[in-house]
Design a protein. Structure first.
Length: 525
């Protein structure tokens, strides 16, 4: 009797599992690439939601659709050969919904895939999601260049104004110029105030705007995903914003803007929401074309903390690791660790921290002042790089606690650090075509150990220092043929100590000769 009951219960459970999977073709869908499937897809999702959740299975074929609203406890499964192509009819993405665009909460176009206050959503499979973004790009390019657009956007601008009467941007915000456009493209995927989101295996192409963009979410996993966007405006790859516990792994990304970017809101509104992006891991990913490999900012007003980036390859991005913010953002970026990174063919900097991302005038320190501290980068190799790095703090708020260790970069230009404190450089090998390997400007408390070069520098010293204080240099071995090891620029340097360095192969160790003064420079054997 008990065995019969158990078998009966198992059969009921199996039947319920089978009933929770619906084939789109059997639900009225068409895979001819012409018929619009918006009603069939969203209707099936509503049906599954009413049953407590389930799987919408999309078999091979091309399905044209409008925006899709995802519900809790839903799996969207794309079979190999399935292409979900989104219409470029802007009207299909009305009415406006609450969303976030470049760190600003507003009401705007419905994202192509959108979840609002939902949980346990999965998008998986071996199929492709095609954002069909060209019309959206042309609209953006029209604004950026002043050229005529084929579409009249005035109606959407009017709708946007009517929907956002309460949106106020600070008068001295660097985003003020963008706001006047009143036309903001939808992200491909935006989960908003949701949790337990998983995207696995699928391919995204031709996004209108940012591709995968969870906002105010908790517990997000993106794994084994491919993103291919051609040169196009703001088509970032994966952009978690004000999210916690995000895991990005085994992804292949080639896009028109940044590959992976971590954000947390813009300016006064972002500080009011005060929701950081935290507990983020990014590992085992390849990044090809894009403005940056892994980027933090510039929307950092809610703060970014606890980020681990490891075992990634960047080949052909403009920059490698990039942290950017500006006066007016505020927020704290801290506790970032980067390790085991290989970079090739980097068009600008391999490593950059820039607190001058936009040209906001200098102002007193306040909640608008961005803070960047405790950034640790190790195990990084770069080949065919334009600039090894630029680490630029603000005079009123220097970078603090930056560590570079086991770094080997071949670049045309070296590393420049300005307005920083507690800087540690260890086992750094910079092979540069011109200029000094390392230039320090207004930096305090520097520990430089084991600076090396692969080629002598007959035209410039390895290390150039200006207006620096408490600089300790040890275990460095410059090659013969170099112009000098150290150049002290100006008369504002204090407390420079050289200890246990091998300088015997150099004709001159320090420039200028008058730098040999106890209050400026001390050499210890």
């Amino acid at each position: 009797m008990k065995k019969t009951l158990v078998l009966f219960l198992l059969l009921i459970g199996l039947a319920s599992i089978q009933a929770a999977t619906i084939n789109l073709l059997e639900a009225g869908g068409h895979n001819d690439g012409v018929t619009l499937n918006t009603t069939a897809i969203n209707g099936t999702i509503e049906q599954l939601s009413a049953q407590g959740g389930g799987t919408l299975f999309i078999p091979a074929g091309t399905y044209l659709t409008g925006p899709i609203t995802l519900k809790s406890h839903l799996t969207l499964h794309l079979e190999a050969g399935a292409i979900l192509r989104f219409t470029d009819d802007f009207d299909a993405y009305l009415p406006f919904v609450e969303m976030r665009y470049e760190g600003v909460v507003m009401r705007s176009f419905h994202p192509l895939l959108y979840a609002y206050e939902a949980e346990h959503i999965t998008i998986k499979g071996e199929g492709t999601l095609d954002g069909n973004g060209k019309a959206w790009w042309f609209a953006a390019w029209g604004f950026d260049t002043g050229t005529e657009n084929k579409r009249d956007l005035s109606r959407y601008q009017t709708l946007w104004s009517q929907a956002n009467t309460d949106l106020v941007i600070e008068e001295n915000s660097d985003w003020k110029g963008n706001l006047v456009k009143k036309f903001f493209r939808p992200p491909f995927f935006q989960a908003y105030k949701s949790q337990h989101i998983r995207i696995e295996g699928v391919t995204f192409v031709n996004s209108p705007f940012w591709t995968i963009n969870p906002e105010f979410c908790d517990n997000v996993t993106v794994t084994g995903v491919t993103i291919n966007n051609p040169p196009s405006p703001n088509t970032d790859g994966i952009n978690p914003s004000s999210c916690s516990n995000v895991h990005i792994s085994d992804c292949h990304i080639s896009v028109g803007d940044d590959c992976v970017t971590i954000k947390s809101g813009r300016d006064a509104q972002g500080r009011r929401y005060a929701t950081p992006c935290q507990n983020i891991t990014i590992t085992n990913c390849t990044m090809l074309s894009g403005h940056g490999g892994v980027v933090i900012g510039s929307e950092t007003s809610g703060g970014v903390k606890g980020v681990v980036i490891s075992n990634c390859l960047f080949d052909g991005t403009d920059r490698g690791i990039r942290i950017k913010s500006t006066r007016g953002r505020g927020g704290i970026v801290e506790d970032i660790r980067v390790s085991n990174i290989v970079m090739r063919n980097i068009g600008k900097e391999a490593i950059t921290i820039n607190q001058f991302y936009s040209k906001v005038p200098e102002e007193p320190v306040s909640e608008r002042t961005p803070i960047c501290r405790n950034i640790h980068i190790s195990g990084l190799t770069g080949v065919n790089v334009q600039t090894a790095g630029t680490l630029l703090g603000l005079p009123e708020m220097p970078l603090n606690g930056i560590t570079l260790r086991d770094i080997d970069i071949q670049a045309k230009q070296g590393l420049v650090v300005s307005d920083a404190a507690n800087l540690a450089l260890s086992e750094v090998v910079l092979t540069t075509a011109s200029g000094s390997s390392i230039t320090l400007l207004r930096v305090k408390e520097v520990d430089l150990t084991g600076l090396k070069e692969r080629l002598p520098k007959p035209q410039a010293p390895l290390l150039k220092v200006e207006a620096c204080e408490a600089l300790y240099v040890t275990s460095c071995h410059p090659l013969p043929g170099s112009a000098a090891f150290l150049e002290l620029v100006g008369d504002a340097n204090r407390g420079v100590v050289l200890q246990s360095n091998y300088m015997g192969r150099l004709k001159q160790v320090v420039l200028p000769v008058k730098a040999w003064m106890d209050d400026v420079l001390k050499v210890v054997e």
